[in-house]
Ligand binder design. Structure first.
Ligand code: HEC
Length: 156
């Protein structure tokens, strides 16, 4: 009895192992496929970051170039720009250009957190006006960084 059952037990075990292997390979493939795609949480952070950038802090007003009529050039969104406003009374260290933010080509996350949370330059230096000195929450700064990194880096 036992002898005749043994091959069946072995077959069941082999089948079970085979199924486990398939599941593992499938999970591995799913993970690889999702590696470059933002997860649900990231998508929510990106959407919130976009709202903060476009509607609250309005980074785009200064970091996006304008056309001849003064309208923001949506083809060069957040790609850095000449500053378009002048103070009524001269301010000595008034900056005349803004760096690109789309894709964050030139700042690390740590530097961005410093700018947005501490209100200083990337290495702790004083920010030149009209760049604002923001004192954002970590979550807001994080969302903004996620959004900026989701944008393509300027190639033209
Ligand atoms: C009113 C215009 C204005 C707005 C709004 C603005 N910026 Fe700026 N930003 C500037 C200017 C001008 C500079 C260049 C400052 C300098 O050269 O020191 C700058 C510089 C920066 C820098 C580089 C700092 C450095 O010293 O290298 C970062 C990063 C930055 N801005 C991010 C942002 C983000 C993110 C937002 C929105 C949350 C934002 N800025 C909103 C005008 C602005």
């Amino acid at each position: 009895m036992n002898e005749s059952n043994e091959p069946t037990t072995q077959r069941v075990v082999a089948m079970a192992l085979f199924l486990v292997l398939i599941v593992l390979v499938w999970l591995g493939l799913m993970k690889a496929a999702n590696r470059n795609r933002p997860h649900g949480d990231d998508q929510a952070a990106i959407a919130r970051g976009r709202y903060l950038v476009e509607e609250v802090a309005r980074c785009s007003e200064c970091h996006t170039p304008r056309d001849a009529n003064g309208n923001l050039n949506t083809q060069a969104w957040l790609e850095g720009a000449p500053i378009w406003i002048m103070p009524v009374r001269p301010i000595q260290n008034w900056a005349d250009t803004t760096p690109p933010l789309a894709g964050l080509p030139s700042f690390t996350d740590a530097q961005m957190f410093r700018v947005l949370e501490k209100g200083t330059g990337p290495e702790g230096e004083v920010l030149r006006p009209p760049m604002h000195t923001y004192h954002m929450s970590h979550a807001d700064a994080q969302a903004i960084i996620e959004y900026l990194k989701s944008l393509p880096v300027k190639t033209h």
